[in-house]
Each structure stands twice: as C-alpha cells, then as structure tokens.
Design a protein around this ligand. Structure first.
Ligand code: GLU
Length: 428
C-alpha cells in the first residue's frame, strides 16, 4: 500500500472517536484492503457505493394533505453479482448511513460467499405515526421511484428497521405491476404465501443464536444459566430472547426505545413477548425501569446490542461487564470501543457476521423463488446453521492467524472476493 494511503489512515486514526458510520466504514475498508495487500486503486473504487439514488415520494395522507418523503437506494458494488440489502423506514435515515449500510451488506454477503454485492435503502419517515394506508402508499411510491435500478437480477431489497413482510408484499406487488409479470425474486422477506421462505422471519435471531453458541465455546462459557442482556426488543431482539430463554440461558435485561428492565434473577420472557407491541415496545408497562445506557453496563456474561448504532463507545466500553458481546444490530460499537473491549479480552462478534442470518435466509428465499421449488423450515435451518458456523470459524481463525480483532478479521474475509472480482473484471 502506498505511503499516501498509509498517511490517510494515520490521520483518520488520530482523529477523535468516530460516530460517523460512513467514515468509520471507509476506515476499516482501508485497513482490511491494506492487510490483503491491495493498492489504493481498489480502495478508491470500493470506498463508496457505485450508485446512489435519492428520491422524493409524494404521498396522499389520510387528512387529505400531500406529504413529500425523501428516500435513498445505495448499491455498493455489483462485481460479484446483483446487490442485496434491506430498506429501513426511520426518521433518522441519512444518505451517509444508507451508503455505509450498503457497504456492510457487501461484507456480510462476502463472509458467507453469497453471490451478491451490498445494497441498502431507506426512507426518512416515522412509521409509528403513520396509518396502514399511508404506509402502503409510501411503500408503493418508493418502488415506483427506484424501479429502474432494482430487480431480481439487479438489486434485491428486503426488510430492515421498521419494515416487515407486509411492506415487502406491497413492494413486490407494485414491482410486478410495473414489470407486468409476477416477480417474487424482486424482494425477500415476503409472507410465505407470496413466495417467502420458511424461517425467514426469525432468521436474524437464529443467526445471532448460532454465533452466541460458537462464541461461548471459544470463550469457555456454559450457556445453561448464562446471564444474557439484550438491548432492543424488535424482530431480532425478541426472537433472540425466546431462543436463548428456551435453550436455558437466563435473560437478565432487555430494553426498547423508552427504557430498560434488569433483574439479576431473570426476567419473565414469556410475559414480555406476549405484551410487546409490533414495534417492540414493552417497558412502558412497568413503573420501575432503568435507561438503555445503564442496562449496557449491568452484570452479565453475554451482551447483545440489538437496537441502534453507536451504543458502545469510548465512554462506556471499559464498564461493560460481559465476556462476550454479539452485535445483532448494525453498527452498535465504535472502532475505539472495539479496541478497548478487545484489549480487555472481551470476545466481540461483529455485526457483519452476527447479524448475517437475515441475508443468508434471504438468499435462500431468492434461490427458492428462482427455482420455483420450496424447502421446509428444517432444511432452511440446517443450511443456515452449516453456512454460518463455517463463516464464524473462518472469521475467528483469520483473527487468530492475523492477530487482529474479530471485526477487522470479518472485513478481511468479507472484502477479499469483491476485491478479486473487480480486478478480474478489469475495473481497476
Ligand atoms: N436488513 C437485513 C440486514 O441488514 C437483511 C438484508 C437482506 O435480507 O437482504 O442484513
């Protein structure tokens, strides 16, 4: 790697703790490519998405007014195949975030050898305050706005934060209307009757569970009775609480956007699951809660951040009690915090590996759509388990061999194929 690239890296290292997820992603891409011996040309191409579309979507609201929503679709790189990744509906969606998330998707797909590059979409909106009808019109409007650049062999969306199988169904229906033929392979995370895959809904949590099991073996922790804190009670967090609880672990803490619950003796998970609303809110039913910040530093063996970005930082990393941190959310730990945790001997399983169960089963869904032949839930789970276990060990062995933390190791494993592909295609 040239001196110029090394200097750039030094400057970035010297900067203060980085909460900007896009810059953070560029920093780790640079380091991973450097470790693999690639030059600046490859970094220049892969340091941001090849395509980014910004759209403005007019939506008729229930009160008769028209509201204009801003949305994005980023496609990181399609050298290994079509791009793939979810669409989030959230008030805080930004262009930078969507760009970073599309790059993380490239890494997730690369680690498990899925024949995709990364993509990501987002719409600035608050689905919690929108009606069903408004959400349907917004979802269909977004598909019309991005239809030119997506498709079953171009870019395949999926659910992400605050989007679900109903939204995928509207989007698939809209796309099929535009193209004038049934296109189940346009989007994944669909309801079963529209070509969804068995096991897709709980697949992110299944993947996190597999990673927790493998990490526990590496760290010598017995999962029976192990104390687990899960930050976030949405799709991933709630399914995970159930899986871990069923397998004999003790869930001592959970949280949602409004607060957190902690009980060293274990929480009543069945009650919490039965009483959460569709956005994962449950702590509002309790009078004594603690904050999300307080929850992260409570006593436990395993901590699973399953909520939002930048939760474990330079400020609290030294106070985390867990021996294993498994990132079910995208981007919950900053790079400085990763370093602090690793120095303290905490085993950190990074988001790009731990949360990849979703896209792995999305890939299975797309394969089933393409072949028109569907698998049982047992078959899907067995395939997920086999693939993710191998990916975990590949990332772990690389981290031991190269003496780097699991995050950098995951990026090294995940970017290798794409860097090779852009060379073979003659793009750099
Ligand atoms: N949104 C999920 C993720 O961040 C799933 C993406 C997909 O299934 O394509 O991994």
């Amino acid at each position: 790697m040239s001196q110029q690239v090394e200097e750039k890296q030094e400057t970035k290292k010297a900067s203060q703790e980085n909460f900007n997820v896009f810059e953070r992603t560029q920093q780790i891409f640079l380091t991973a490519l450097q470790k693999l011996g690639y030059g600046e040309d490859v970094y220049e191409l892969l340091k941001e998405p090849v395509r980014l579309l910004t759209v403005r979507i007019p939506v008729k609201m229930d009160d008769g007014s028209t509201k204009i929503f801003t949305g994005y679709r980023a496609q990181h790189n399609d050298a290994v195949g079509p791009t793939k990744g979810g669409i989030r509906f959230h008030p805080d969606v930004t262009e930078e975030e969507v760009k970073a998330l599309s790059m993380w998707m490239s890494i997730k797909c690369g680690i498990s050898d899925l024949p995709y590059g990364g993509g990501k979409g987002g719409i600035q909106c608050d689905p919690r305050s929108m009606s069903f009808g408004e959400l349907e019109r917004l979802s269909r409007g977004y598909v019309r706005a991005i239809s030119q650049i997506v498709g079953p062999t171009k870019d395949i969306p999926a659910p992400d934060v605050f989007t679900n199988s109903q939204i995928m169904a509207w989007m698939m229906d809209e796309y099929s209307h535009i193209r004038e033929f049934d296109s189940p392979g346009f989007i994944t995370g669909k309801p079963l009757v529209l070509g969804g895959s068995a096991g897709r809904e709980s697949s992110t949590a299944q993947g996190v569970t597999i990673c927790i099991r493998e990490a526990a073996k590496v760290a010598g922790i017995n999962l029976e009775g192990a104390k687990v804190i899960i930050q976030g009670f949405g799709n991933a967090g709630s399914f995970l609480a159930k899986f871990m609880h069923d397998s004999g672990a003790k869930i001592v803490g959970i949280s949602d956007a409004y607060g957190a619950l902690y009980d060293a003796e274990g929480l009543d998970i069945d009650y919490l699951l039965d009483n959460r609303d569709s956005f994962g809110t449950v702590t509002t039913l309790f009078s004594t809660t603690i904050s999300n910040k307080e929850l992260l530093v409570q006593e436990c063996d395993i901590l699973v951040p399953a909520a939002i970005e930048n939760q474990i930082t330079e400020e609290n990393a030294a106070d985390i009690k867990a021996k294993i941190v498994v990132e079910a959310a995208n981007g919950p730990t900053t790079l400085n915090a990763t370093e602090i945790l690793t120095d303290r001997g905490v085993l950190l399983v990074p988001d790009v590996l731990a949360s990849s169960g979703g896209v792995i089963v999305s890939y299975f869904e797309w394969v089933q759509n393409n072949q028109g032949y569907y698998w049982t839930e047992e078959e899907v789970q067995a395939k997920l388990e086999k693939l993710l276990k191998a990916s975990f060990h590949n990332v772990h062995c690389t981290s031991v061999e190269k003496k780097v933390d699991m995050r950098l190791s995951a990026y090294i494993v995940g970017i290798r194929r794409m860097a090779e592909a852009v060379k073979w295609r003659g793009w750099v």
